[in-house]
Ligand binder design. Structure first.
Ligand code: MGD
Ligand code: MGD
Ligand code: SF4
Ligand code: MO
Length: 698
């Protein structure tokens, strides 16, 4: 028996796993008690790594669609040859934009997708790039870009030192935290309370996180920006602001907040004015406080505005960049900053049909169907999906499915056959996570401590199976016209040379693939580490608590924090309108996550499938009575775009007027109800929380 250690790749928490092996068989997966960050914490998904690795349904060989619609296994050579025959021809005939790409969430949870996805995209040269980010966090990153100069500069709550956490639209008890990398968030929340601090959760649902908190505030979906503005109002009106240094625009936000009194916003938020005043005073009085908002505040009508106001409140209470407040991590793969930069640029190009502005180099995925359907130059005729299941994960699934069915050609790089990949002509499998190295390049940038942990592959890949990065480079070569037999090693040398030059070091000639790139980034990074250092530390290296980084971290042209960026100031009018609009009394749909799920692909994996049906519609008993629904009845939920049927689950834990359905299920897909026309205007991010729906007994 041997034990291998690796970072869990299934969510943002980066827990250390201890994997016991009998030969090449996985005997057990546990939490690594010695992991410097997670200290033994593990959740059911981490344990399910064994089930994932062993799952007979996991793809192990390329699949090629046959004339009768079935799939047959193919050799890698034949699969690439087919792609080489079809893909370049489509771009040659119809232009670069005729091939679109969707990169899904797991592509940020592995090095290959992150470091080599962009290489493929460059070769494709298409502006039709879509990712999960426009059904997720771009509002938060856009707000960060406007305020701090870059989308990566999202302040994270300093959970381990704060005395007061105000958390909106997040349920880390289920999600394990997001843009707040922290193994065992529940334990860390409990610790805030144990040291005499306070946790307040703002959510239309009394979630498990809310139940762990000192206080839960019910909020009408989409009300967060108004509530946050009212907090600003009280802080200013009562002279409670203590803004730190390096801030511009304090007076502008103060004056914008004038009309958002707690009383004025109450009808729209549902939060009593007296409560709002008290929370503002508590935030101001707390020695160290942090406001944190997540997906309930981003995938909604005021996503960017709410995300902006989260950090406005942090800044005005003196908690931005201070221990126990909202801070900027310094990951080991980053250099220290220079304090200025070019700042954010959005809308450098637009989508063809709806003219939606580009955001961080991509187009909103809510536009994808129309880009496939609408004739004309630049129409998408072929798609490449990488670690993505957009037909389940993105709005108006029925329309998007029909659009995908009309494609001339499709390639998927994935680990399963599912709703999306089933439509591909060629499916190229990625190896099991145990067969590849890992370093959490993305999420250490949002971690509540500075840590670094590298995981070498635990098991050898089956002979002849390429790494995912090799497959991405093979596709790159095909897209670049070099054909399926091009020298991938030479291409990789170029990619590594480029990355090393940016890091200011020489690439290690003894390594290849993403590990070589991470090694260069580490060596050029702020702590001067290397992969070799991390190989010698299988439980990770703790680089300490977060440290204040202003102004060095900033990348705004002014070298200041922009508290009143013009694009956000311009959106305030829309908030006025929302404040004035009376609630129409209709039902609205919101989402939720469960501990034993992972978006669209792990819901029914091995032990995760245990327990009661989680794909239910939560309904408040008062609504249920009015609608004639009893617990367990099948309810039909309809929106402008479609209808689904699923069991109703009556609960006082949900606000009246709201229905909650988890996403990611194929048989009752909540994104059939999500409207591709409903997007947040600043980033084009889909509104997945606050969708108008009607409920009827089925
Ligand atoms: N209504 C509603 N919709 C939502 C959300 C919501 O809250 N409500 N949340 C949104 C959010 S935040 C996100 S991030 C998206 C996620 O949605 P997607 O971007 O579709 O991502 P996933 O569903 O996590 O997984 C997509 C695919 O990745 C494959 N996969 C897993 N690991 C690997 C790997 O290592 N390599 C490769 N090549 N493939 C792999 C899986 O088999 C699966 O097919 O969903 C969004 N959709
Ligand atoms: N187990 C598990 N963990 C996951 C995932 C998973 O699918 N399963 N997905 C991962 C991904 S990709 C992401 S992005 C993260 C997301 O991580 P979280 O943001 O923590 O996601 P959720 O658990 O969906 O919590 C969102 C909360 O927002 C609430 N909400 C809805 N609308 C509003 C609103 O208008 N205002 C407010 N204040 N609240 C609202 C919902 O009721 C819900 O409780 O989770 C990650 N972790
Ligand atoms: S919390 Fe996230 S990282 Fe930790 S074991 Fe669970 S899925 Fe893996
Ligand atoms: Mo996400």
């Amino acid at each position: 028996m041997t034990t291998a250690y690796r970072t869990c790749p299934f969510c943002e928490a980066t827990c250390g796993l201890a994997i016991t092996l009998e030969g090449d068989r996985v005997a057990q997966v546990r939490g690594d008690a010695e992991d410097v960050f997670s200290k033994g914490f593990v959740c059911p998904k981490g344990v399910a790594l064994k089930a994932f690795h062993e799952d007979p349904a996991r793809l192990r060989a390329p699949l090629v669609k046959q004339p009768d619609g079935s799939f047959a296994e193919a050799t890698w050579e034949d699969a690439f040859a087919l792609i080489a025959e079809r893909l370049p021809a489509i771009q040659a005939e119809h232009g670069r934009d005729a091939v679109g790409a969707y990169f899904g969430n797991p592509s940020i949870h592995n090095l290959d997708g992150q470091l080599y996805g962009r290489v493929l995209l460059k070769a494709l040269g298409t502006k039709n790039l879509f990712t999960a980010s426009t059904v997720d966090q771009y509002p938060k990153q856009a707000a960060a870009a406007h305020m701090f100069g870059a989308g990566t500069l999202v302040p994270v709550p300093d959970l381990d030192r704060t005395d007061y956490l105000l958390m909106l639209g997040a349920n880390p008890a289920a999600s394990n935290g997001s843009l707040m990398t922290a193994p065992d968030v529940r334990g860390r929340l409990a610790a805030i309370r144990a040291r005499g601090g306070r946790v307040v959760v703002v959510d239309p649902r009394r979630t498990r996180s809310a139940k762990l908190a000192d206080e839960h505030l019910w909020i009408r979906p989409g009300g967060d920006a108004l509530f946050l503005f009212a907090l600003v109002h009280v802080l200013v009106a009562e002279g409670l602001t203590t803004p730190g240094d390096h801030l511009d625009g304090v007076e502008v936000v103060a004056s914008l907040a004038e009309e958002f009194t707690p009383e004025a916003v109450e009808p729209a938020t549902g939060i009593p004015a007296a409560t709002t005043r008290r929370i503002a005073r508590e935030l101001a009085a707390a020695p160290r406080a942090a406001v944190y908002g997540r997906i309930g505040t981003t995938t909604q009508a005021f996503g960017t505005t709410a995300s902006w106001l989260v950090d406005v409140v942090n800044a005005l209470t003196g908690n931005l960049d201070r221990p126990g407040g909202a801070m900027f991590p310094l990951p080991a793969t980053s250099k220290r900053g220079t304090g200025t930069g070019r700042g954010a640029r959005f809308g450098r190009w637009t989508s063809r049909v709806r003219e939606a502005p580009e955001v961080f180099g991509e187009l909103p995925v809510a536009c994808l169907a129309e880009e496939i359907e609408t004739p004309g130059d630049g129409r998408i005729r072929a798609m490449i999906t990488v670690a993505g299941n957009p037909l389940v994960s993105t709005p108006n699934s029925e329309r998007l499915t029909a659009a995908f069915d009309s494609l001339d050609f499709m390639v998927s790089l994935d680990v399963y056959l599912n709703e999306t990949t089933r439509r591909a002509d060629v499916i190229l499998p990625a190896p099991s996570h145990l067969e590849r190295p890992h370093y959490d390049l993305a999420f250490y940038g949002f971690a509540v401590r500075n840590v670094a942990n590298y995981s070498p592959p635990v098991l050898d890949k089956p002979a002849g199976t390429p790494d995912e990065w090799e497959t991405l480079l093979r596709l790159t070569a095909i897209a670049a016209g070099a054909g399926p037999d091009a020298d991938i090693g030479a291409l990789d040398d170029m990619v590594a040379a480029d990355a090393a030059a940016r890091a200011g070091v020489e690439p290690d000639p003894a390594r290849r693939g993403p590990v070589r790139i991470v090694d260069a980034m580490l060596r050029g990074g702020a702590y001067g580490l290397s992969i070799a250092d991390l190989e010698a530390a299988p439980h990770g290296i703790d680089l300490g608590p977060l440290e204040p980084r202003l102004p060095e971290v900033l990348r705004t042209p002014s070298g200041r924090v922009e508290l009143a960026p013009p694009a956000l100031v311009a959106d305030v009018d829309r908030l006025h309108a929302a404040m004035a609009a009376p609630a129409n009394g209709g039902m609205v749909l919101i989402g939720r996550r469960h501990l034993r799920s992972n978006n669209s692909w792990m819901n029914e994996l091995g032990p995760l499938a245990n327990g009661p049906n989680r794909c239910t519609a939560l309904v408040n008993p008062a609504d249920a009575e009015r609608l004639g629904l009893a617990d367990g009845d099948t309810v039909r939920v309809r929106s402008r775009t479609g209808a689904i049927e699923l069991p109703a689950e009556l609960t006082d834990d949900l606000m009246p007027g709201v229905v909650s359905i988890p996403h990611g299920w194929e048989h009752a897909n909540s994104n059939v109800l999500a409207d591709e026309q409903l997007v947040e205007p600043l980033t084009g991010t889909a509104i997945l929380n606050g969708i108008p729906v009607e409920l009827t007994p089925a």
